[in-house]
Design a protein around this ligand. Sequence first.
Ligand code: SF4
Length: 316
Amino acid sequence: MKLGVSECLLGVACRYDGLSASNDFVVKTLEKYFEFESFCPEKVIFGTPREAIRQVDRNQSICIETSNSKRDVTAQLAEISNNMGKEASIANLCGFIVKSKSPTCGLERVRVYDGDKKTHEKKGIGLFAKALREHSPYLPIEEEGRLGDAGIRENFLMQIFAYEDFSNFMKSKPKIKDLIAFHTSYKYLIYAKSPVSYKLLGHIVSNPKEKTFEELLENYRHEFLTAINEQGNIPKTYNVLLHIYGYFKKLISAEEKTHLLTAIEEFKEKIIPLVAVTKLLNLYVERFDMQYLKKQKFFNPYPAKLGLRSQVKAFR
Ligand code: SF4
């Protein structure tokens, strides 16, 4: 799987000051699972080291200027950002991690200075991040800074694995039966993100207006990729766990029921992490050989070794 990354996060000394912004999670953890494709628009046009740049609001128009010499480099940076955004869109990426706060790579809350004043508002988006969004509207994109949050990290990784899965599904020249199987396997994962999207996707697959399969796939693509961008939370995940519990409640003893329900409640109360409950549910999935549940991506959305469901803080 190919993951796009702002180059400085990989430990490459391409920042304006000749340093890198190496990120441990990217370099030490994600490199085991992804092939990186790196991008650094500023290095390509200005070299390294270089004068720092910043976003400046001049009469309600955002410009990019060098910090000291106040040279306007908006056009140059916009052009390279657009070219690299286009390049990224055809590189078969499953997601992108951008450098936060950068006037080029920052995805949100980039400082925008008020003309020549020293005051700023955190309201900008980096030119390259903007180009990525425009050329790849569904591509999962996140800032490295936000990935320090266990919930955002879990959600982003879930999203990029689902994105990759869907890309491979589309490349496999699917038929309607394949779409139904794909949709079925994502039932609980999507439900944990958005029950509304799950219903909408089900409606698309049922095809009441007898659309062509191409139209159906295009509608499904839009809704699926929008749904996986939604943030899951404890109430929605709790509902999914209860649904799954429903498969076993008539098959297991009263003691086992109590044990299982207590675990589900403890997840809701943020006492135990999700992995503790899914491990327990999996025991019953195996014991009763529940094929339908075995296929659910909800149980296995990304490599377990990433340990993303092992923290109570991963869900709120
Ligand atoms: S933030 Fe973006 S433009 Fe700046 S050094 Fe890193 S990769 Fe290059």
